[in-house]
Structure formats: structure tokens, C-alpha cells
Design a protein around this ligand. Structure first.
Ligand SMILES: [Zn+2]
Length: 260
């Protein structure tokens, strides 16, 4: 949600938080740093429970076993928890090892059997701080709307990591065009279309799951909070994006219903 554009104080990061990055010493009975619930037949909503930034970022995981792939929309804050006892405080560990009740008690990607395709809804820190856990062996996808905005030299500023005094993740995304179909490495469909939705930021994207009538919009819309426009945002472009998304989803989805 990127709360730190407004009046919300920026938390002070301490060595204690850094030391929490290793979950190996925690008891299996400790509460996990993430929770997951099933949204659709294929997709789970993963939430970071008590992150040190108070962002509680939303992450979406679409399981596509036929393509041997887990499609991940965003990587949240990566798992740094305020709870020193939290288990699975790396997103990838959570996905591969933590039982999920709504997934028949199995991890969403048990043992890392499926490869990952990671789509970043935009480059704000609370969507990318976990991306390095996937960057070495996975496809990382982002918007091709304004490539200069995602240049590595400007990422610390545009991700807001510089404002927080934290390291900006290192990754090299493949930049996709508007309405690109998301596929696995071997070009099998993952059932999602990427849409350029500038406004909150120039690189904001949405994912459209036409078959399931689901639109995943990143920070373009919040359910219970006002939209935030950083200095690189544009309310004029955002209004155009909302018109386009509304036209897209109206009357679509199973039984003519849709969800955002
Ligand atoms: Zn944002």
C-alpha cells in the first residue's frame, strides 16, 4: 500500500529486524509471518501479517500445475516480521514449506516443485522487497510502459527504499507490453493478461484473469483507504486507467460477475 507517502511515520529499522531474516531457528509451532486463503479455484491471497513496515502487503499466488508454475503477483516486504518468534519469515520458505489449510493442508508450492514466474505490480518497496528470493532462478516481469522509471540507477528513489534508508533489491525484470499474455518459461499459458495501468506510478500494472473473472490491481485501488499519489504519480492518468479497467470488466467473468 506504500503508506509512507503520507503522515505515517517511517519505522526505524534496527539490527533486530535484520536478524529476523533467518527462520531456521524458530519452532514449527511459531505463527508464520504470512497467511494464505483461497480466493478462486487456482489463486490464493497471501498476506504478510506483522511486517516491520506496517504495510501488510497483499501477494497473490496462482497455481498452474499444468504449466509446472506458480505465478506470483508481488513479493511484499519479504517477510521481516515484528514478531521475533514468527516462523517462515522468508516468502519463498513460506510458499514451499508452510502447510496451508485452504490448500488441503499442503504448502502452496511444496518443496519448490513448481517454477516461479513473478510479476511486479510496480516497484514500490512493499511489493519488491522479497524479489531477490526469486531473482536468480525465476522469470521476473514488470511494466514496459516507461522503462526509464525502472532503470537500476533510479530504483532506490522510485522504490522509496532511499527514503527508508534500506537497500533496494537487485533484479533485472523483463519488461512487457500492454495486454501481454503471461506464460511459463516454456511458453505454456498461465491464464493471465498483463495490463498497463499507470496513475499511482508510471509502472503500475494489473493482471486480468478472464476465465475466473478476477482483476488484480496492485495499488491502483484499495478497499478501505484513499489512493496515494507519489510525486511520480498522475491522477489524470489514474482516472483514464479506472475508465479502462471498468470498461474491461463490466459484464465479464463467470455468470457475468467480476471481482477487483
Ligand atoms: Zn505503491
Amino acid at each position: 500500500m506504500c503508506l509512507h507517502h503520507g503522515d505515517t511515520p517511517i519505522p526505524t529499522l534496527t539490527r533486530t529486524h535484520e536478524l529476523r531474516a533467518d527462520s531456521s531457528s524458530h519452532s514449527p509451532q511459531s505463527p508464520p509471518a504470512f497467511t494464505a486463503r483461497r480466493l478462486t479455484g487456482t489463486t490464493f491471497h497471501v498476506t504478510e501479517v506483522d511486517d516491520v513496515y506496517d504495510e501488510h502487503p497483499f501477494i497473490y499466488a496462482k497455481l498452474v500445475p499444468a504449466a509446472g508454475t506458480l505465478l506470483l503477483l508481488d513479493t511484499g516486504c519479504g517477510g521481516a516480521s515484528r514478531n521475533p518468534e514468527a516462523a517462515f519469515n522468508r516468502l519463498r520458505d513460506y510458499l514451499e514449506r508452510c502447510p496451508v489449510t485452504d490448500n488441503d493442508g499442503l504448502p502452496l508450492n511444496e518443496g519448490g516443485k513448481m517454477e516461479y514466474v513473478v510479476v511486479l505490480s510496480h516497484c514500490h518497496y512493499d511489493h519488491i522487497l522479497g524479489v531477490e528470493q526469486f531473482a536468480e532462478d525465476s522469470l521476473i516481469l514488470a511494466s514496459g510502459h516507461d522503462p526509464a522509471f525502472l532503470a537500476p540507477e533510479t530504483l532506490p528513489q522510485h522504490s522509496l527504499c532511499a527514503d527508508l534508508g534500506i537497500h533496494a533489491p537487485s533484479y533485472r525484470p523483463v519488461l512487457l507490453s500492454h495486454q501481454a499474455q503471461i506464460t511459463s518459461r516454456d511458453r505454456k499459458t498461465l491464464g493471465m493478461t498483463l495490463l498497463h495501468t499507470p496513475g499511482h506510478t508510471p509502472d503500475e500494472v494489473a493482471l486480468w484473469d478472464e476465465e475466473e473473472g478476477m482483476l488484480y490491481v496492485g495499488d491502483t485501488l484499495y478497499e478501505r483507504a484513499p489512493i496515494i499519489f507519489p510525486s511520480e504519480g498522475s491522477i489524470v492518468k489514474w482516472l483514464g486507467t479506472i475508465d479502462s479497467l471498468t470498461a474491461l470488466v463490466t459484464g465479464c467473468g463467470p455468470k457475468g460477475e467480476y471481482q477487483v
